[in-house]
Write a new protein. Structure first.
Length: 424
């Protein structure tokens, strides 16, 4: 192990530590801390390798990485935190892996420590391969649930800042690690945070703390592009589970959101569904002062092409001059014609050449028998659909015991899918 350097000799410089060492050696060219504060950039949900309605997004993702690196350099950022879903799937395409590798090299070249956790789309085991070696370059991959209580410790002129990485915790897979009886998001996250608070209590007074987590926290606004993580009929956890730390850098939800001044989602840097048409895609630039007070600024991300959702009869959409501003946007068009018009996509594309999604929703009352099955199911969970089916076939909905059986069955399927992902 490298000898620890007395931190008084390096006061005012970014330090990094592997495996929780409280001081460590300076990484790369020592960078003065701006105004005696710890400044870090909070981002998440890159989803490298993901397409947008069959549009290859690798070019836009590469542009974002370039923007992130430029922001780190120009805004004198001291650390970068990435709160999960680096990739879009467990086995990402080679081009996505190469882009990730490029991002790591560029951040390491700047001498800026980076802390990353795995999300529910990532394969934690794959993302964590080589974490020990990569950590020597100042890139700290936190993918092992057992290491939740072991922080990456940086320091500024005012003392230590402990960064705790909580990877996505699939309840069925980690309940044994955390000793909880029943798998649930609140139970496992609460147990992980107990480890964080226990470690923090052993550190010098005044140690500031940042937690990275990938979860659906109550009060957050979801979009259509996040994968459902419901367990036991519950997808979210209360923000209070993170009590006792100075800042919580969240990932999973794709909209930038402030749940409290200390608990925030950065959101995804790019849109991955038309439900994000109104999102302003940003990162958080966070300053943590000597007392742990938080100041956060939104940093806009590059926009490859705006999104637009238009709705109405086809002829009106083609003639409406008010829609001219959407002619260069990626468009989702919802047609309300009572009779499906001929060649709708070709006709829309003549005016809106970047139309990617076409939806038919004839204007009918919700109880109209001709309303589509898909429309009747929109926004309903698997549990609700199954309960409706039971009510339909026997004339009465399931009782409490039967609801529990259905819930356990869906949880078992999700757990099996998670195990298969880990094994891939």
């Amino acid at each position: 192990m490298l000898p620890c350097v007395p931190y008084e000799l390096l006061a005012g410089y970014v330090l990094y530590a592997v495996d929780g060492c409280g001081s460590g050696r300076p990484y790369g060219p020592a960078r003065p801390i701006v105004s005696g504060i710890m400044r870090f950039l909070h981002t998440s949900d890159w989803h490298l390798g993901r397409a947008f309605h069959r549009v290859n997004m690798l070019g836009a993702q590469a542009e974002f990485i370039g923007h992130l690196v430029t922001t780190v350099r120009e805004r004198e950022v001291d650390a970068v935190v990435v709160a999960g879903d680096v990739y879009d799937r467990a086995v990402p395409p080679l081009a996505a892996v190469e882009l990730f590798d490029d991002a790591l090299h560029r951040l390491a070249d700047l001498g800026v420590p980076t802390v990353m956790i795995s999300g529910n789309h990532d394969s934690a085991r794959r993302l964590g391969v080589g974490a020990g070696l990569i950590g020597r370059a100042g890139i700290h991959l936190r993918t092992d649930p057992a290491a939740c209580g072991t922080p990456v410790v940086l320091a500024d002129a005012h003392g230590d800042v402990a960064f705790y990485g909580l990877p996505y915790l699939e309840p069925a897979l980690v309940k044994g690690e955390f000793g909880v009886e029943r798998a649930g998001h609140e139970a496992v996250l609460g147990a992980a945070m107990d480890r964080v608070r226990a470690d923090l209590a052993e550190r010098p007074a005044g140690t500031r703390s940042v937690v990275l987590a990938h979860a659906f926290v109550t009060g957050g606004e979801p979009s259509d592009s996040e994968r459902d993580i419901t367990v036991g009929g519950v997808a979210s956890v209360p923000a209070g589970v993170f009590a006792g730390v100075d800042y919580v850098a969240l990932g999973h939800l794709h909209g930038c959101q402030t749940l409290t001044e200390r608990v925030r989602y950065s959101g995804s840097p790019l849109p991955y569904s038309f439900s994000e048409a109104e999102h302003r895609k940003t990162m958080w630039l966070v300053d943590l002062d000597a007392g742990g007070a938080v100041t956060a600024e939104r940093i806009d991300c590059p926009v490859p092409r705006p999104l637009a959702r238009i709705r109405g009869p086809l002829e009106e959409l083609l003639a409406d001059e008010g829609l001219t501003r959407y002619e260069e946007a990626w468009v989702e068009a919802t047609l309300t014609d009572t009779v499906r018009p001929a060649d709708p996509m070709a006709r829309l594309a003549a005016r809106f050449p970047h139309t990617l999604s076409l939806v038919f929703q004839p204007d009918r009352a919700p109880d109209d028998p001709d309303v589509s099955y898909a429309r009747r199911l929109a926004g309903r969970s698997d549990q609700e659909i199954a309960e409706d089916f039971v009510a339909h076939v026997r004339g009465a909905g399931p009782n409490g015991r039967e609801q529990a059986v259905l819930r356990d069955a869906f949880d078992a399927v999700r757990a099996d899918e998670a195990v298969r992902e880990v094994a891939r």
